[in-house]
Write a protein that binds this ligand. Structure first.
Ligand code: PRP
Length: 176
């Protein structure tokens, strides 16, 4: 069983931070077309908010990778379940994620995508748990650094649930 323990980041704070990140990205990529890769499913909500706040020409791509099972601990294994639809060679790419935890998923993915010779590749994540890293990895655009608690909402799930919550909340697993 599980219960929502508290709101960690409110909807209003998320909104303000997304706007600020979008402003930063729009400034950095001014005059360019950016290929944004949404990593399904967790990043879907953040992606939809971020792209609408960008003052840039953008292209959408979607990838699906597997790293977690139904539980709260990463398996460390990364598999590409769905790849991008168009080549990224010569493109300015931003990978959009909901969370960097162990860093395994993104360090693997970034390496794979770099081999395809994009003009540039950066990482944008709304949440970051630096204390959980198993591999060294840094996001280029980070919304919030958060403590090592299990978070849900704003795209993040527990066992497929809670992705549609507007706030980022801490989930508590209980015995009963
Ligand atoms: C989450 C998240 C990242 C990854 C981060 O995805 O969206 O892709 O885990 O963890 P890591 O830094 O330890 O590799 P998840 O596999 O839970 O899939 P989901 O996005 O579909 O919820």
């Amino acid at each position: 069983m599980e219960r929502i323990k508290k709101v960690l980041i409110s909807e209003a704070d998320v909104k303000a931070r997304v706007k600020a990140l979008a402003g930063e990205i729009s400034e950095d990529y001014r005059g360019k077309t950016v290929t944004l890769i949404c990593i399904l499913s967790g990043a879907s909500i953040f992606f939809a908010d971020l792209v609408r706040a960008l003052d840039l020409d953008v292209r959408f791509e979607f990838m699906s990778v597997s790293s977690y099972g139904a539980g709260t601990v990463t398996s460390g294994e990364v598999k590409i379940l769905k790849d991008v639809n168009h080549p990224i060679a010569g493109k300015d790419v931003i990978i959009v994620e909901d969370i960097i935890d162990s860093g395994c998923t993104l360090s693997y993915l970034k390496r794979v995508l770099e081999q395809r010779n994009p003009a540039s590749i950066k990482i944008c994540t709304i949440l970051d748990k630096p204390s959980r890293r198993k591999v060294e990895f840094k996001g280029d655009y980070v919304g919030f650094e958060i403590p090592d608690e299990f978070v849900i909402g704003y795209g993040l799930d527990y066992d497929g649930k809670y992705r549609n919550l507007k706030d980022v909340c801490v989930l508590e697993l209980t015995e009963d």
